[in-house]
Design a protein around this ligand. Structure first.
Ligand SMILES: Nc1ncnc2c1ncn2[C@@H]1O[C@H](COP(=O)(O)OP(=O)(O)OP(=O)(O)O)[C@@H](O)[C@H]1O
Ligand SMILES: [Mg+2]
Length: 356
């Protein structure tokens, strides 16, 4: 499929400060791409450059193959949804949503039809004459989304649109955004620093740090095949062991004598960083955890965290470091107590070798 948005060697400097290091990527027509990353990593900068509210220091921006680098924002016909809704407080819901059509000088009959149609799509039928302050946060955000989609922009940029909502409302709105994206087929760049939101919504996740793209790929790729420690730690929960080869092929050892057997021997001398996701750990009895066994960690229960459907057990190893194991909660099971000795094992295929 053709590229809808292209960043071609784009860099953004503010004085001497580099907000976005030289970056290139393409977003396909209809793709949902999420920019994920810590505060200050350059996410909003990419939105601003795409929208035209900031211009790149070097490089080009193409929309649908057309070079728009020097085109003003108003000519790009891009829809925006903001975290703080940015609704006009003195206007009703109807007037807020109608506004982009008014400034595009559509006939009033058409405006009315379009506004009623999008309000129905976002579940706000019957709220036309309310003012923003008479709405909940989630409803206000739906008005923001309605106002954006009402003029059918080909590209929508969303900057932390659900950041101000509580968890339930956020979950619900995520599903609505997914449905709308499917129905409208719009190309979307979405910004969040909530990793679960990014994994749930996106075709593609672009993880940023310090003004650079660290890894870009499908959500499953970033979760199961992170290239760097930063990705492994930012997305999902992680256990990371550092180990060096023992001399026996495929067998490594950590500083505190945990033996690790990899499915294939790593290239080079190490030390190697190895990721094991908490849900891959299986409790093993003291016999199976006998000394000399590979892919087993031992320790004492530090604490048990109950999250409803999931329970996380944190164990402290003899060297003081923590290890996390996650499992589906089991109401009938006897709870481990702090201080209890425990051991966990994992499959060779559940380890990921990290670059750094
Ligand atoms: N107009 C500006 N002048 C100077 N520096 C800026 C300007 N806009 C952004 N920056 C800097 O560029 C860097 C990237 O900012 P950006 O807004 O893209 O971060 P972000 O990833 O969106 O962060 P957040 O999650 O906090 O919104 C930050 O260090 C920021 O301080
Ligand atoms: Mg931002």
């Amino acid at each position: 499929m053709s590229a809808m948005i292209t960043l071609d060697n784009v860099c953004k400097k503010y004085g001497d400060f580099i907000a976005l290091k030289q970056t290139s990527f393409e977003i396909r027509k209809g793709e949902f791409l999420t920019l994920l990353g810590p505060s200050g990593s350059g996410k909003t900068t990419i939105l601003n450059l795409t929208a035209g509210s900031a211009s790149p220091t070097t490089g080009r921006i193409l929309l649908g193959g057309r070079n728009v680098t020097n085109e003003p924002a108003r000519d790009r016909n891009i829809g925006m949804v903001f975290q703080n809704y940015a609704l006009m407080p003195h206007m009703t819901v109807f007037e807020n949503v109608a506004y982009p059509l008014l400034i595009r000088r559509l006939p009033s009959k058409e405006i009315k039809a379009k506004v009623y149609d999008v309000l129905e799509r976002v579940g706000l039928k019957g709220f036309e004459s309310r003012k923003p302050r008479q709405l909940s946060g989630g409803q206000q955000q739906r008005v923001g989304i309605a106002r954006c989609i009402v003029y059918s922009p080909k590209i929508i940029l969303m900057d932390e649109p659900l950041g101000a909502l509580d968890k339930n409302m956020r979950d619900q709105m995520q599903e609505e955004i997914k449905r709308l994206h499917k129905e409208l087929g719009t190309t979307i760049i979405y910004v969040t620093h909530d990793q679960e939101e990014a994994l749930n919504l996106s075709d593609t996740v672009c993880l940023m740090n310090h003004g650079s793209v660290v890894q870009i790929g499908r959500p499953q790729e970033l979760y199961y095949a992170p290239k760097h420690q930063f990705v492994a730690e930012f997305i999902g929960e992680s256990n990371i062991l550092e180990a060096t080869p023992t001399g026996t092929e495929g067998l490594l050892r950590t500083g505190d004598e945990v033996l690790i057997r990899l499915p294939a021997p790593p290239v080079g001398g190490g030390p190697f960083k190895i990721l094991i996701r908490p849900e891959k750990l299986r409790p093993v009895g003291p016999d199976t955890a006998a000394a000399g066994q590979a892919n087993v960690v031992r320790g004492a229960v530090e604490f048990v965290s109950f999250f409803g459907g999931m329970t996380r057990l944190t164990l402290r190893r003899a060297n003081g470091s923590l290890f996390h194991a996650k499992r589906i909660s089991d109401q009938g099971a006897a709870d481990a107590k702090p201080g209890d000795p425990v051991a966990f094992s994992w499959a060779e295929s559940d380890m990921v070798l990290l670059k750094s």
